[in-house]
Ligand binder design. Sequence first.
Ligand SMILES: [Zn+2]
Length: 419
Amino acid sequence: MSILIKNGYCIDGFKEGYFDLLIEGNRIKKIGKIDKDVDSVIDAKDCLVMPAFCNAHTHLAMSLFRGMADDLELMEWLEKHIFPAEARYVNPETVYKCSKLSMLEAIRSGASCFFDMYFFEEEVVKAALDVGMRGVVGEGVVDFKTPSCGSPKEAIEKTKLLKGEFENSGLIRVSYAPHSTYTLSLETLKLVADSLDKEDIVHIHINESKREIELVKSQKGKKPVEVLKEVGLLGEHTYMAHCVETDNDDIELIKDAQAKVINVPQSNLKLASGIAPIQRMLDRGIDVFIGTDGSASNNNLDIIEEIRVASLVQKVKFNEKALKAKDAFRMLVNFNGLFDAGRLEEGKLADLVIIKLDGLEATPIYNPYSFVVYALNSRDVRDVIINGRVILRNGEFVGVDEEKIKFEVKELAKGLGGL
Ligand SMILES: [Zn+2]
């Protein structure tokens, strides 16, 4: 299958200009002025063509709990509302259907990729393969029984099985997903560390709130980042979501280990956790990505809205020059480098988004990065291509029944008191 995208203005965080793009199979074959017979031509006149985005921290299936418990502090929200609801309602069926709904929501805001941590992750894989979305899945490891696993050991074993089954499927990668340093004992954290092969990815919540730091210090005598280092989990393949309460000593440890940070600003604002010092991390050369968190704490998966908030709150924390538009844009696309995507370059995987520029908010444009970060609305996302396949065309999903998926999730939510 070959697709030629013509007449668009292209940006990828490193170069800009009017180029045509030729996609052959699942990769970008050629960039430039191209005239060639192809299977399909997409006219991107008056459009912006970019690498698609990644929602780099989420719990897709939590769309089931969207708006169910709001206006609460993190620990109260988790312990009194989310953990009990999960124990009762999370099963293979809810994870499959609600993850699928969330994937559509993410794609509609220009994402081609997700980085998920939850339970029954084999159902998330199934949903991703049905939709045609790329993602990293991680079976949640905690020190108590989860809806899917009787013990942390079982969750670790399951991670190994998922890796064996899906790691080479093209669209899917598998991570270890220890939930946090406050829900896991040192022993279990070490068990995860001992299970890692050299290239294995670790996805964990770190430094989300002041209370978390106090809790971990009282449990383990150290701060969360120090605990990670002690158990051997702070490395270049470690992706730490949140990092709100991150002091300069933490930042140096993260930098030395080349660990990665995922900024999750709206969830941190909603749970009143604070604002992560992202600009300080970028100044130290740390790789930072962006995620929405699950939609029980956000309450949507709109990554375009998320990046705007990310940039704005950095300005409040530091000054008006913090998290400039181009740096923010790179946070949207850089995670996809994990899959050899995220750039408009010949040979890269064809995960692309086409934005229409006929909206009022797109008139005029002087700087496309400024437009994407400060003005773009996800209703302007026209086409999304993932792995060389058109998933969203003129705002409509291809080969996925959006109405059916919404209906199914509404039916599930009725059991929990949904309208
Ligand atoms: Zn999270």
